[in-house]
Design a protein around this ligand. Structure first.
Ligand SMILES: [Zn+2]
Length: 404
C-alpha cells in the first residue's frame, strides 16, 4: 500500500479530489482508468446498501398523541459570533405549513424553543400559540444584548416576568452560554454557565413555574480533533464551525460540571436538559445526573442516532427514567443542512419507529448518508404505558397542561 492508498483507506482524504489527494501524498497525479474502477473510492461517495432481509415497519402516526418539546420555528433576526442579539424573529414556517404534518403524524403540539424575547416573543406567541391554542407553545430566551448593563441580573429576571405575562411557557438556553457568550458579549473571555449573574433568572423561572430547556456542550466528538479517529468526521467536515476542539473552549466535562452546579444550586427550578442530558454517548453519566438531581428531566432530540446504536442500554434507560424522558426532535422547518432535524413526516416517522418497533438496522435521519456518523439504529419497542409518558404525559406535566 503506498502512502496515497493508505491516506484514502484511513479516510483522511475523504472529500478531497483525487488530484489534490495525489498532491498531498506527494504522488504525481494519475488519471482514472476509463471504467473508473482503479480509482480509490472516496468516503464521501460511499453509499453501502444493506443486504439484510429484516422487517421494515412504517409507523405513519405515533401510537399516542405526541408533544414535540424541542422544535425551532423561529430564530433571531440578528446574531453575531454565535450570540443571538435581536428580539425580532425570522420565521421558518407558518402554522398553516406545519399543521398538516402535525395532523398526519398525530402531533398534538410543537414547542418552539427559540421564541426570543420582548417584541419578538409577543409576536411569536400571537402568530402561533394564540392563533392555534393547544397546538403551539413558545419559550423565551435570555436578552444577551443587555449583558453588559450593570443591573443585568435584575433586568434579565424582570424580562422573564414580562415573558411569562406575554405567554412564554418556559425559558430556553442555546449552547451560547458556555461556548459563545463572552464578557464583552462577542469578545473577551467566555462566560461560564454557572456565572452568578444568571442566578436571579433561574430563580424567577422557579417562582413562575417555567421549565428551563437547556442545551449545554455538544456531542463529545466535537471536542476532539477532526481527524481519522473522529466518529463524526464527515459531519464536522461539513460544519467545521461545530468543532470545539482547542481554541479557548472549555472541555465537555468542564461544561457539564458547570451545568450541574447550576442545577444543584437551584433545586426549585425544573431543568429539561436537552439532547439526552447532552451526553447520549454515555447513558451511565446521564443516569447518574438524573439520580442526583430530582429537578432534571431530559429530551431525546437529535440523539436517536446515539440511543438507537445502543438499543439495549437505551431500553434500560427508558425503563428506569420513563417519567423523566420527553419526546423531542429538534425539528427545524427547511433545515436541509442538517437532515437529522428536517421537519416533516419522514423525520417523525423515524422517531416513532425507533420508539415503538423492534425493527433492526435502519436510518436515523432522512438522508442518503447518515449525517451524524456512519451507523444505523435499532428500535427499542417501548411498551404502551412508557410510550404514553414519553410522547405526552411527561411534557404535559412540565408545561402544566391538562391532557389525558
Ligand atoms: Zn435545538
Amino acid at each position: 500500500m503506498n502512502r496515497r492508498q493508505w491516506l484514502y483507506s484511513a479516510g483522511i482524504l475523504a472529500g478531497v479530489s483525487q488530484a489534490a489527494a495525489a498532491e498531498l501524498a506527494g504522488d504525481e497525479p494519475t488519471s482514472p482508468s476509463p471504467s473508473g474502477e482503479s480509482r480509490p473510492l472516496l468516503l464521501s461517495e460511499y453509499e453501502p446498501k444493506s443486504m439484510l432481509a429484516v422487517t421494515a415497519t412504517h409507523v405513519a402516526r405515533s401510537r399516542f398523541p405526541a408533544i414535540d418539546i424541542h422544535t425551532h420555528i423561529s430564530f433571531s433576526k440578528r446574531s453575531e459570533k454565535g450570540v443571538e442579539l435581536a428580539p425580532e424573529r425570522k420565521y421558518l414556517a407558518t402554522p398553516e405549513e406545519l399543521l398538516p404534518v402535525m395532523d398526519a403524524t398525530n402531533l398534538r403540539a410543537m414547542v418552539n424553543l427559540t421564541g426570543g424575547f420582548e417584541v419578538g416573543l409577543a409576536d411569536s406567541v400571537a402568530k402561533y400559540d394564540k392563533a392555534f391554542p393547544g397546538r403551539f407553545f413558545t419559550f423565551t430566551e435570555p436578552s444577551y444584548s443587555r449583558f453588559k448593563e450593570a443591573n443585568y441580573p435584575q433586568l434579565q429576571a424582570q424580562a422573564i416576568e414580562r415573558a411569562h405575562l406575554n405567554g412564554a411557557k418556559g425559558l430556553k438556553l442555546l449552547k451560547t452560554l458556555g461556548l459563545y457568550l463572552r464578557e464583552d458579549i462577542t469578545s473577551g473571555t467566555l462566560v461560564k454557565i454557572d456565572d452568578r449573574r444568571f442566578d436571579p433568572m433561574w430563580d424567577t423561572c422557579a417562582q413562575l413555574e417555567m421549565p428551563v430547556a437547556i442545551h449545554v456542550s455538544d456531542p463529545i466528538a466535537f471536542f476532539t480533533p477532526t481527524d481519522r479517529f473522529n466518529e463524526r468526521y464527515e459531519e464536522l467536515s461539513n460544519h467545521p464551525d461545530w468543532s470545539f476542539y482547542d481554541h479557548d473552549f472549555p472541555s465537555n466535562q468542564e461544561l457539564l460540571k458547570a451545568r450541574n452546579r447550576v442545577i444543584a444550586r437551584h433545586p426549585k427550578t425544573q431543568f429539561i436538559v436537552l439532547h439526552v442530558g447532552n451526553f447520549a454517548e454515555n447513558l451511565a453519566n446521564v443516569a447518574e445526573n438524573l439520580e442526583q438531581f430530582p429537578n432534571m428531566t431530559v429530551d431525546i432530540a437529535a440523539r436517536i442516532g446515539e440511543l438507537g446504536r445502543q438499543p439495549r442500554a437505551a431500553r434500560r434507560f427508558f425503563d428506569a427514567y420513563q417519567d423523566r424522558i420527553l419526546f423531542g426532535t429538534d425539528a427545524t422547518p427547511h433545515g436541509n443542512e442538517f437532515p437529522q432535524q428536517l421537519f416533516g413526516n419522514e423525520l417523525y416517522q423515524i422517531y416513532f419507529r425507533f420508539l415503538e418497533t423492534g425493527d433492526e438496522y435502519f436510518d436515523y435521519a432522512p438522508a442518503k448518508i447518515p449525517p451524524q456518523g456512519r451507523w444505523k439504529i435499532y428500535g427499542i419497542e417501548l411498551p404502551e404505558p412508557i410510550l404514553k409518558k414519553v410522547y405526552c404525559q411527561n411534557a404535559a406535566r412540565q408545561l402544566h397542561l391538562s391532557v389525558s
